[in-house]
Design a binder for this molecule. Sequence first.
Ligand code: AMP
Ligand code: ZN
Length: 488
Amino acid sequence: MPLRLFNTLTGKKETFKPLEKGVVKMYNCGPTVYNYAHIGNLRAYVFADVLRRALEYNGYKVRQVMNITDVGHLISDADDGDDKMLKALKREGKPFTLEAMREVADFYAKAFVEDLKALNCELPHAMPRASDNIPEDIEIIKKLEAKGFAYKTGDGVYFDTGKFPSYGKLGNINLKGQLAGARAAINSEKKNPADFTLWKISRNDIGWQSPWGKGFPGWHIECSAMSRKYLGQPFDVHTGGIDHIPIHHNNEIAQSEAAFGVPLANYWLHNEHLIVPTGPASAGSSGEVKKMAKSGENFITLKTLKEKGIHPLSYRYFLLQTHYRSPLNFSWEALEGAQTGFENLLFSIWSFSQKDLIEPNVEYSDSASMYSDYILKSTQDDFNTASAISFLNGIVHHSTSDPKEKLDILFKHFDPILGLSLKELSKKIGEIPERIKILIEKHDKARELGDWKESGEIRDTIISKGYRVQNFSVSKKSLVTRTMSSLI
Ligand code: AMP
Ligand code: ZN
């Protein structure tokens, strides 16, 4: 079966054909590093990682590039307000200098990479920084100027969307309806409301020299320049959250295509948002919902999750349960439920390798081999991780097939695609230190003697130290494994 994916550019599911046989060039719009990434942002990057893993599993060699925006992203995507990095300098009491800006960016970029690692995301092959690629931005702006697509105003250089007839083609943006409201703060010097900054002249002398004055590039031109430099133009796959469709990605397309006369990317994939209920639910309504945003009060980071006892990979499991094109409601209850479900799965996987838990001489009537086909097909159906997770549950609970075969399939086929570290985690949860083993022996002895008070107390002690205690009929011994929160 060929790989099919939903392309925002055509609004359809399409069969994937890379430009070069067997190779995929992918660009992910990266974070703006003026703060920690929130767990909504991280949905975008777990999705990008699943995409890469699934493409690799399907035999492609993937080159993944993710930029780091460390200048030029204004408070509003439609070029209003201060630069987000300047906002961070103000917040952190730092001077308005490029050096201080770099320092702040270094800090949050490092924290972002740590988040990616904690979520078991493969690190991209390149993570270019916007501030390291200013000359490349200037070159494209000069080209746009020479071709008549750019014009100068008192505060910078703008792209003239009126000269680009297919402006707004990504996601079929209704310019008339949408722009009048969303881009209302119209600069009087702009020729069209949708025109956007290519170069912004600095109001506080911070920035780089350019033919148009000292300043900094617009956020959109940075992605056009970095994707072209690191992948060429056109390249295969471009990703981002759905909030990027109306402005950022349409702007990237307009400037790159206007400057070079070829498409920017062939497949545009967008993840839906992680949303958080903000208002109380009332009869007949499910309450208000809002996308998690860095500027909002509903800002939750991976650190917050860990403090609440949620392992980053439980969060990854939570994300994968929902298809990337469906909105996902965040709640602590749902997240805790996902962690328990994940822990149960890991426990079962651990038990498959425990000789004394497997009935001897059992003839298994079935094979689990069809599951390797199922997981492959779910990747090929627009990266359907929701069905992949139900197959994961399916194979683990497939009681008529050999546990050894199941382990083989899980580690060879499910692990590379889902990135849930099933092999490592299912081993780790069974690693019990000697002091706990002694407690378990005492507990089981007390049980044997019918001393339920004593066994209950020891059981509580073991649990309080971050373990799960279970009793099954196959074994007289208690089964003790670690909890996910104890592995954080
Ligand atoms: P930013 O750092 O604001 O540029 O955003 C980084 C990435 O996170 C972009 O791809 C956004 O589209 C995406 N994003 C922002 N908010 C959310 C959210 N609540 N849920 C999922 N993705 C998001
Ligand atoms: Zn971008």
